[in-house]
Write a protein that binds this ligand. Structure first.
Ligand code: PMV
Length: 330
């Protein structure tokens, strides 16, 4: 088969990944836990033009189209470097045409690199005739974007940092139906962030707080994993908010400092804490951007989405239940 199509979901981390031990291999400084976000989908088709070495042995140029727009420059280079890994594994020199679509609104401020590289890893290896295991695919997706390794398995997922390229991968710790949660994403700004996560990871070590954050990571991972497995929302809420606050403390104290929040980000955080104190099962978590992920039980999602949407400064709310693994489609 020279062509294959895959879909995958982005994920939201409850215990965050920030900082690499090895920037090139994207070996994380700490383990992380996330859930996939159903309904926000990346659909990627890869076609290798020839699976044989051409007479001049040149691989040609890969092409990349995202949401109907042809991508060149740094975006294409990042994808071409990723495709080089697959060319090496499959021992081919063909070039690839990559056509990708996100069904979530463009510019919603939702990181799409996780689902982008997860679906690309699956489609491109299958189209090249490789049949990788879930672990091998997760390791490969990680090379494109660290968090992409967590969009390969389904449901609630843990990324074990590992010691090297072949043992830094993510596994499912519980399937999507195990705990029906939902993420109500408060979109506060749809603008593209000025400092992407690749640059952000490189700055993490410049904060004096990063060492303390890393030191305490095994404890937070343990509490979070146990809270998920026992479906304990109160314990889960405490550790997820603490982890998000620690991440942003590191960001704000790195050199140069990174401030991702907008005023409305803090308004949502405070509202969530008030609602929880009043008995609503909610907590917040924030990635490298101003949007607030409000995690709740799926049965409360409509009510929570309405509440979040009524906060001044919130432009729209996207609701995503727990998603499955990356998969091939016809
Ligand atoms: O995978 P990257 O390089 O986009 O980094 C993701 C960083 C955070 O979203 C802030 C945290 C995480 O674990 O997803």
């Amino acid at each position: 088969m020279h062509s294959a199509t895959a879909i995958s979901f982005p994920n939201i981390a409850f215990i965050k990944y920030w900082g690499n031990r090895d920037e090139c291999l994207r070996l994380p400084a700490n383990g992380s836990i996330s859930m996939n976000l159903e309904g926000l989908e990346t659909h990627t088709k890869v076609t290798w033009d020839k699976l044989r070495v051409t007479s001049n042995g040149l691989p040609g140029i890969d092409s990349l189209t995202i949401n109907g727009q042809s991508i060149t420059g740094a975006g294409l280079q990042r994808v071409a470097a990723f495709l080089d890994l697959i060319r090496q594994m499959a021992e081919i020199k063909a070039r690839a045409a990559v056509v990708s679509q996100n069904n979530f609104p463009a510019g919603a401020g939702i990181a799409s690199s996780a689902s982008a590289f997860a679906s690309l890893a699956l489609a491109a290896t299958k189209a090249a005739g490789l049949d990788l295991s879930e672990v091998e695919l997760s390791c490969l997706a990680r090379r494109g974007s660290g968090s992409a390794c967590r969009s390969i398995p389904g449901g609630f997922v843990e990324w074990h940092p590992g010691a090297g390229d072949n043992d830094s991968f993510a596994v499912s710790i519980a399937p999507p139906e195990y705990w029906p949660l939902a993420d109500c994403i408060a979109v506060v700004s749809a603008k593209h962030k000025t400092t992407g996560s690749t640059q952000g990871h490189a700055l993490a070590g410049s904060s004096r707080l990063q060492a303390a954050r890393l030191d305490d990571a095994p404890r937070r991972l343990d509490i979070c994993r146990r809270a998920i497995l026992s479906r304990d929302l109160e314990a889960f809420a405490q550790i997820v908010e603490l982890d998000s606050n620690l991440l942003h403390a590191v960001m704000m104290t790195s050199n140069p400092p990174l401030f991702y929040w907008q005023p409305a980000t803090l308004t949502v955080m405070q509202a969530v804490r008030t609602w929880r104190a009043a008995g609503l099962p909610v907590c917040y978590t924030i990635d490298a951007g101003p949007n607030v992920h409000v995690i709740t039980e799926a049965v409360e999602a409509a009510r929570v989405a309405d509440l979040v949407g009524s906060i001044p400064g919130v432009q729209k709310v996207l609701v995503a239940p727990v998603g499955g693994p990356a998969k091939l489609v016809e």
